[in-house]
Design a protein around this ligand. Structure first.
Ligand SMILES: Nc1nc2c(ncn2[C@@H]2O[C@H](COP(=O)(O)OP(=O)(O)OP(=O)(O)O)[C@@H](O)[C@H]2O)c(=O)[nH]1
Ligand SMILES: [Mg+2]
Length: 403
């Protein structure tokens, strides 16, 4: 025990002086005093009139030394209360050596989609699969040449574009401060060389969690587009408020954002309120939510938090295609990157084997600061996201050259 006190000197430094002197802790473990029997009088009451006791008590400042009986009672109550508090503190801070567990073991399970070089280089390019009669091959990708802020869509009077416009949407979700807005901004810059078109600005980035408070739509137009109106967009990138801790808002406000984000996702997903899953196409309308990028901070250990899992469950229930992106990879070493990718890949594999089919098997990674991995995310989007894996009946896209 004494050794353990020496091992953890800091643990004691902040304790009040009374605790330091308390029971010379460490020599023997704390034992609670036996409970007083019901009808037994407390010791001090039998000595109430004892002048010697009172003087001793006064000297030790133990209470019971006041002038009137009332004062003495109050003194004793305070003393007993203090003693109780000390007991709790002493129990809490008892010096028990905690085993030194050392750094967490690194699980190295090589997986095709997890090597740190792969995420920089390998996102499958669009493969035209062809299809049975009546079906056309995958759309040849989404043409995006310019990009800009379209509208917020958080409030009822800020309705998102009607789903029958058939414009694909890519939304970015994740914990607050994970880097959603930064990623959208960087993707926008990669696509059109700037984050701004006219007076339309890019997403706002902030150091404090909770910067983005409403759902923001960023429209992307074709490279030859001259009419920058939302109807002419070829796709939308959607910046959502983060979940988890937010420094800029209280719990209630945060919960409101979360609820709005979840409702938005549900309303754009290929599943109806009745529970019926749309086969991507419903009355010639494509469910607009193409892919939901779930951003996870690559520095986290363990990589996924409870909230991330809850969010994944929600996305799964609503049949929303999810692609996991590890962010801020510039902040960690190569070995930590490998560890993060492996850990994430194991999570994806486990989810797949438990029937979570909406999760894309590839794990992407990026840094919005250095630009690593951004080209792959842009490629993924431009090549049609999850749509590249599917077939669509002829005429779904209306004008064939929409893409
Ligand atoms: N080093 C590094 N920092 C990053 C990266 N991406 C974002 N950040 C920083 O992380 C902080 C949060 O970035 P945001 O893009 O505002 O994060 P967010 O997820 O939109 O946050 P909320 O809007 O609060 O939910 C900012 O200080 C960014 O500069 C990255 O790839 N590398
Ligand atoms: Mg943001």
């Amino acid at each position: 025990m004494l050794n353990s006190i020496r091992l953890y000197p800091d643990r004691w430094a902040h304790l009040p002086a009374t605790i330091h002197s308390f029971a010379s802790f460490g020599t023997k473990p704390y034992q609670p005093k036996p409970k007083q029997k019901k009808n037994e009088q407390p010791k001090w009451t039998s000595q109430r009139g004892n002048t010697k006791f009172r003087k001793q008590a006064q000297a030790k400042n133990l209470g019971g030394a006041g002038n009137s009986a009332k004062e003495r009672r109050a003194d004793r109550r305070r003393h007993l209360q203090r003693e109780d508090e000390n007991k709790i503190t002493a129990t809490q801070f008892r010096a028990t050596p905690t085993p030194n567990t050392g750094p967490a073991p690194v699980h190295v399970a090589m997986h095709q989609s997890t090597s740190p070089t792969l995420f920089l280089a390998d996102v499958p390019s669009l493969v035209s699969l062809g299809g049975p009669d009546g079906l056309v091959p995958n759309p040849p990708g989404i043409d995006v040449g310019s990009i800009g802020f379209v509208s917020p869509a958080s409030l009822p009077n800020q309705a998102p574009p009607p789903i029958n416009w058939g414009i694909p949407e890519f939304s970015f979700v994740g914990r607050s401060n994970v880097g959603k807005s930064s990623l959208i901004k960087t993707v926008m810059k990669r696509i059109c060389g700037a984050g701004k078109i006219g007076d339309r600005v890019g997403p706002r980035v902030g150091k404090t969690p909770g910067k983005t408070k409403i759902i923001n739509y960023f429209g992307c137009w074709g490279s030859n587009e001259v009419d920058y109106n939302p109807r002419a967009c070829n796709m939308f990138l959607i910046d959502l408020p983060g979940y988890g801790y937010a420094a800029t808002a209280g719990v209630e406000e945060r919960e409101l954002w979360e609820e709005r984000s979840l409702l938005y996702l549900q309303s754009r997903a290929p599943i109806l309120q009745t529970g019926e899953v749309l086969p991507c196409i419903y009355e010639n309308v494509l469910a607009p939510l193409n892919t939901c990028f779930l951003l996870v901070d690559s520095r986290r250990d363990p990589i996924m938090t409870e909230l991330d899992f809850e969010y994944l469950d929600y996305l799964d229930e609503n049949k929303i295609p999810v692609c996991v992106v590890l962010t801020k990879v510039d902040k960690i070493s190569k070995i930590s990157r490998l560890k993060a990718f492996n850990e994430m890949s194991i999570v994806v594999q486990q989810r797949h084997s438990s029937g979570f089919t909406q999760l894309k098997p590839e794990v992407l990674g990026c840094s919005s600061h250095t630009g690593d991995g951004i080209a792959e995310i842009v490629d993924y989007i431009k090549s049609g996201g999850v749509w590249r894996d599917e077939y669509y009946p002829l005429g779904v896209f209306g004008d064939e050259d929409m893409y």
